[in-house]
Design a protein around this ligand. Structure first.
Ligand code: ADP
Ligand code: MG
Length: 473
């Protein structure tokens, strides 16, 4: 496979191969709406992808799958632990308005009493493969996404594209090594279970969506799986919730006359997606009896500050008592994570990052790509933040250095690009809890995203990474 990638720039046969791959991607439904018309499906393009699958050590792929149920349990435990969330986020919410807003809603819901009885986590834990000096590879978590984890739909359609490419090259044995994958089906099964436990046959699933949504086909994959199970999905913006949503005296949620059993957020994960009306709508949804995916506690459990705190000695043991094996599996995936709270510990972390900037990443409490700071930018930010309490709204993280490899990136409107690349592996996890009983806990598939090494940050939606498949090695 790498040999094919290396020659991709030179030969016209490779250009032909790229065209075939693109047509297969379109035929399979590896689609995005166009950047010019993000509200309309009249004009679509293929989602960017690699011409070839990329090498992933099979042992690390297995490890990532094996630890996913532990991460689900960990998210569930954190989300049920108000003391831990309060303590962990206390310094951050003083200086980060967005996290403070989320936390306000959390407090209001706790104070009123939680009406929700069915809890649903749809997570994606992301990893890179740290390359040691001896060439060994280690699985290191980048972050866990507990809200709007995307590309589970499109990821089920890319294996056929890479098999096609390999079959064109008569590499049938290699083609058969491309794993089948169907995360959107697993996500839908989680939603379906929550819907069923909610227990109202006429209730629907409300998918909170943006009007301008290029990635609609990814969302539709989940919707389609639900409809196959006779569960109806309505799409609505926060604005629609404000205008048409209401709670009855039992805090059952209605859109017009339609009862809502499950709310699935594909919006609401960054500050720019909220105005005061949207915050009001979010509060109403959180107060409701409907199963939210995620509810505000699960969203907070996915913050980078929580991730950093979880790496502290003894924390996992305290949150998951009597589960030493799960703790060991989780801890093995943690990279170096450092608090920037005021005090000696934070001072020392800043000093170390300033002394060796290329080994660190500075992260604010944001999702969606493009927010982290690296290199010279990180140094400038640290110099500026150093003596201010604002620094507590960030965390520092060890920078993972994967071994680059060559692949060919295919993007609509640009010539095929053969470049040095690195990959990020995501594993989708689903859990459902009813009261205190965990009813479902599983991994449901994977996502490989690959980008040119020169890009420090950014996902597929940000136009940096492209869709890929693991080629197990
Ligand atoms: P977001 O919530 O914006 O997706 P991430 O923590 O996933 O934030 O970071 C965005 C991107 O930055 C990742 O997809 C990865 O490419 C890069 N990145 C993040 N953390 C690290 C790290 N510790 N080492 C190397 N690259 C990282
Ligand atoms: Mg990310």
């Amino acid at each position: 496979v790498p040999a094919g990638a290396a020659s991709c720039r030179m030969r016209s046969s490779s250009k032909r191969l790229a065209k075939q791959a693109i047509d297969r991607a379109l035929a399979e439904g590896v689609l995005l709406r166009s950047a010019q018309h993000p509200s309309s499906s009249d004009v679509v393009t293929y989602a960017p992808f690699t011409l070839f699958p990329s090498p992933v050590p099979s042992a690390l792929l297995e490890q990532a799958y094996a630890v996913q149920m532990d991460f689900n349990i960990l998210v569930d435990a954190v989300s049920q632990n108000p003391a831990f969330l309060e303590q962990t986020l206390s310094s951050t919410i003083k200086k980060d308005d967005y996290t403070a807003r989320l936390f306000d809603i959390y407090k209001q819901v706790l104070k009123e009493g939680i009406a929700q009885t069915v809890f649903l986590g749809l997570n994606r834990s992301d990893y890179m493969f740290q390359c040691g000096a001896d060439g060994s590879k280690a699985l290191k978590q980048i972050e866990i996404n507990t809200i709007s984890a995307s590309f589970g739909g499109l990821a089920s359609r890319t294996p056929a594209v890479h098999r096609h490419v390999l079959n064109v090259l008569n590499k049938t044995k290699e083609a058969s090594k491309i794993l089948s994958n169907n995360p959107s089906k697993g996500l839908a099964l989680g939603i379906a279970k929550a819907w069923e436990l909610y227990g109202s046959a006429n209730a629907v699933v409300l998918l909170i969506a943006q009007e301008k949504e290029r990635n609609i086909f990814d969302q539709r994959a989940v919707e389609n799986e639900l409809l196959d199970r006779k569960i109806h999905v309505i799409r609505g913006r926060f604005e629609d919730v404000s205008e048409r949503g209401s709670l009855d005296q039992n805090r059952r949620l209605f859109m017009d006359d339609q009862e809502v059993a499950v709310v699935y957020f594909r919006d609401g994960y960054m500050p720019s997606q909220y105005n005061s009306q949207n915050w009001e709508a979010r509060l109403m949804l959180e107060r409701s009896r409907a199963a939210k995916c995620p509810d505000i506690a699960i969203q907070l459990a996915g913050t980078k500050k929580v991730q950093q705190e979880l790496s502290r000695v003894g924390l996992l043991e305290a949150l998951l008592p009597g589960q030493p094996e799960a703790v060991a599996r989780l801890r093995a995936t943690f990279a170096g994570l450092y608090s920037l709270d005021m005090g000696e510990e934070g001072d020392q972390a800043i000093a170390e990052a300033l002394a060796a900037p290329s080994h660190f990443v500075l992260k604010p409490q944001r999702e969606g790509g493009g927010n982290n700071l690296y290199g010279e930018e990180m140094v400038q930010a640290l110099e500026q933040l150093k003596d201010s309490e604002e620094r507590a709204s960030y965390i520092l993280m060890e920078k993972i250095e994967p071994e680059p490899f060559r692949n060919c990136l295919l993007r609509p409107g640009s010539p095929a690009q053969v470049v040095q690349c690195i990959s990020e592996l995501g594993i989708f996890g689903v859990y459902v809890r009813q009261g205190t009983t965990l009813v479902m806990n599983k991994h449901v598939g994977h996502l490989l995203r690959t980008k040119a090494v020169e890009h420090a940050d950014g996902g597929v939606a940000a136009g940096v990474a492209v869709l890929d498949n693991p080629y197990p090695v």
